[in-house]
Design a protein around this ligand. Sequence first.
Ligand SMILES: N[C@@H](CCC(=O)N[C@@H](CS)C(=O)NCC(=O)O)C(=O)O
Length: 314
Amino acid sequence: MTYLHQGTQCGIAILEFYFVILLRMTFFLSAWLLLWQNPVFFHGYSGMSLTLYHSIESTCSQKVRFVMSEKKLEWEQINLNLRKGEQFTPEYLKLNRKAVVPTLIHDEKVLRESTVIIHYLDDIYPQKALKPEEPYARAMMNLLIKSFDEEVHPSVGILSYAIVLRHQMNELKTPAELEQHFENIVDPMRRQRQQSTHAKGLESPSAGQALETLGKVVSLMEEIKGDNEWLCGESFSLADACAAPYLVRMEKIGLKKLWQDKQEVGKWLKRAIERVNDYGLEQPWGSEAFHQMVAAHVDQEKTGIEKLIKERLG
Ligand SMILES: N[C@@H](CCC(=O)N[C@@H](CS)C(=O)NCC(=O)O)C(=O)O
C-alpha cells in the first residue's frame, strides 16, 4: 500500500514538473510571437504612422499598396489627381522633387521611389518577408525589379500615353493648359517623351521601341518563373507585387498578345490578380470610370495597336 502510494505521489510530481515546463514554454512562445508580430516592440519604432501620397490609377503606387496589403499594414492615403496636375503643387514638390507619385511618409520620414519604398517596408516589417532567402532567387527578384523600373515603367508609360492618356488630356485641357502641363514636368527626358507621344501617338518611334522592350521583359519573366508558383520561387515576393500592376495595365491597353504564347506568365497573372483582389482594397486596379475610358480609347486605337504588334513582334 505504502509502496503504491509513494509511486502515485512520484507520478503526480513528474506530471506537475512537466505541466510547469509546458506552461513556461507557452508563456515564452506567446511573448516571442507578440514581439515578433509587433514592430513597435521589436524595432522600437514609435507612432508607426504611414501616409501614402498616391494615385489610384498609378502603377507604381499600386506596387506599394500591394506590399502594404501583403503585410496587413494600416495606412492613411492622399489620392492625387495627376491629370489635374495635383502633383505639381509647391507643397507636394517639397516631398517629391520629381513631382511623381508615390511618396510614403513613415512617422516623419519621407520616402520616394516605389522600389525604394517597398524595400524599406520589407525591412521595417520583416514579419512577412517578401524577399526570397535563397541568394539566386533573390538575385532574380532584383533583376526583375530592375527591369520593371528601368524598362517596363517607361515603356508602359509611353504606350498608355499613346493609346489612352493623350486623348484624355486633349479632352480635359485647352492647348495653353496642355503647354503648361508639359512645362511642369520636372524630368526633361520624361517631358520630351510625353510631348512626342502626344503629337504622334502610336506613330511615334518611342512607341515601337517600347513595345519591343515589353516583349523582351515578358520573355524574361517566363524564363525566370519556370515551374515556380510565383515569379521567383514558391512564395509571393516583391517582384510579384511590382509586376502585377504593369501586366494588368498592359492587358487593359490591348497588349495581352505579348504573352499569348507564354503559358507561365499567363498562369502567374491569373494567380496574381486573384491574390490582389483578396486584399479587399477599394478599386485595387483603379476606378471603374478610368477602365471604361481606357476601353473606349483602346477600341479607337485597335487597328494601330494590331499594326504595331505585327510590325514589331511578328
Ligand atoms: N521611378 C518612380 C516613377 C514614378 C512615376 O513615374 N509616377 C507616375 C505615376 S505611375 C507619376 O506620378 N506621373 C505623374 C506625371 O506624369 O506627371 C517610382 O517608381 O516611384
